[in-house]
Design a protein around this ligand. Sequence first.
Ligand code: MN
Length: 235
Amino acid sequence: MLLSRIARDAAPSSISLPVVGTESLFEVRRIYCVGRNYVDHIREMKEGDERDPPFFFQKPTDAIVLNGDVVPYPLLTDDFQHEIELVAAIGRGGQRIAPTEALDHVCGYAVGIDMTRRDRQREARERGLPWEIGKSFDRSAPCGPIHPVDRVGHIGSGNISLTVNGALRQRGDVAQMIWNVAEIVANLSFHYALHTGDLIFTGTPAGVGPVVPGDHMVGSIDGLGDISFIIGERI
Ligand code: MN
């Protein structure tokens, strides 16, 4: 095969999310995730200090699964778990952003699910290894459409919940976040230069648990509607 052809085939196509109420698309640049951001989830995981500063990991951009699509049951796990999360979308980049300015950089919000190979994550934690294998795998970031701030405002409170096959699994309030969206954006901007197109998954409330092929997950946050995904067969 010609090198030029290989290069073209290998170039990743852009990953975009629909923007509610418009014809535009939000082109996703990076996906950042916050760990341990709700006290009740820290307690259920029996880890960390509730006053620790936020910490971050990333998922690959092409881990996005669009609302309504199938989330395949991944390789390498027997404990595939859901974490319902508020997702903040960065509209304007920056570095060393002050918390008081941080919300000016957020252009919208979405409902997302941080899908996790819990067995691999626990193993990595116990062995002091990186989290990638537990968190940053293919199709691990189901995410709904972006709701622009000019339609829904900033999301600082409201119910956040997830059902599996109609049964309530996770429920919390966005106001229970240890680090709010402004503080997360400000803190993250001291780690990395933020850019238009970045997404930040802001952590999950209690009730995380496993899914199996055929399960139907519905995630919801007040003001942002519902997202819906079926778990596919094992890859
Ligand atoms: Mn998470």
